[in-house]
Design a protein around this ligand. Sequence first.
Ligand code: COA
Length: 329
Amino acid sequence: MQKKYSNKRIKFSSCILGCGSYLPKKIVTNNDLSKKIDTSDEWIKTRTGIKQRYIASKNQLNSDLGFQAARKAIKNSKIKISDIDLIIVATSTPDHTFPSTATKIQAKLGLKKGFAFDVQAACSGFIYAISIADNYISNKQAKNVLVIGSEIFSRILDWNDRSTCVLFGDGAGAIVLSDNKKKNSGIISTELYSDGRFYDLLYVNGGVSSNQKSGHVKMKGKEVFRHAVEKLSNCIELSLKKNNLVKDQIDWIIPHQANKRIMDMTANKLGIPREKILITIDRYANTSSASIPLTLDYALSKKIIKRGQIVVLEAIGGGLTWGCSILKY
Ligand code: COA
C-alpha cells in the first residue's frame, strides 16, 4: 500500500501565481478544411476530437501571441512586470533562428533586467520549461519566472498533407512561477525523458544546418500514438510512486492536447476517470507547447481547478521527448 501524500513533507520551491493565454481571432473549422483538401468533419472529429482550430493572421509573429499571453499572466499574478527576472519560451516555431523569441518578448514587455531564453522540446516544451524554471527558483537564481508556450504551427504545415494539417492550431499560454512561500502550493515534481532513436517519427523536414528551409511537419501518426499512450502512462505512474501519491489524489490531469483518443486511452491505462481529464482539443486542436498553458488558463478562468487541488500536467512530442509535472495549485 502506498503512503498517502502529506502536505507537511513537501517543500515547494515554486508556485503558480497566475496564468494567461491568447488565441488568434481566425477560426478554421473542419468543414472549412474539407472545402480545400480531401477530408471531412466526421473523420477529423472521430480520429482526433478536433472540431476547429485558431490560425494566426499573416502579420502576427510568435512573439505577438506569446506577449499577449504573458501580459495576462502577469496581470493575473498581481505582480509588476519589473518583478519578472527570467523569461523562458517553449517553442518550435520561433520568430527567427536567433535571437530567441524570449528576448523579443522581454523587449515587448519593456523589461530591461533579468535574462531570457527559448527551450526546444517540441510538444513537451512547456513541461521542460516548467522544470527549468522550478530549478532556477529552487537554486535561488530567479524569483519570478515567466514561462510561456507559444506556437504558430500553421507556418510549418503542408496544407496539402491531410494527415498532418488537420491536427494543429496556433496559440499561446503563460504562467508566472514564483518563489512565493506564502501560498503553500506549487510544483511537487517534474520528470523529463527523451529518446532520440525515435527522431524520425515526428519531425520537421527543414532546418538551418540541413537545407536552410523552415520545412513542414512529418509524422508517423500510428507509431507516435502507440508511444504516447505507453510512455505517458508509465511516466505518470513512476512520478506518483516517487512522490508517495496515489491515483485517487489526482484532482485533474491536463494532457498535451494531441489527440482525444490518446488522452482517453492514457486515462484508461492509468485507471483514472475520464472526467478528471481537462480537454480543449475540440476548440484549439494541437497547439504544441502552448496546449498545456492554454488548457490550464481555460480551467482556471472557469474556476474548474481550485486552490489546493492536485494537478498533473503531461506531454509527449518530437524527439521523442516526454514528461509530466505534478503540482498542488
Ligand atoms: N481525412 C480523411 N482521411 C484521412 C486523413 C484526413 N485528414 N488523414 C489520413 N486519412 C486517411 C489515410 O490516408 C488512411 O487512408 P487509407 O486507409 O485509404 O490509406 C486512413 O485515413 C487511415 O489513416 P491512418 O494514418 O492509419 O489513421 P489513424 O487512425 O492512425 O489516425 C492520426 C491518424 C494522425 C489521427 C493518428 O495516428 C494520431 O493521432 N496519431 C498521433 C499523432 C499525434 O498525436 N501527434 C502529435 C504528438 S505531439
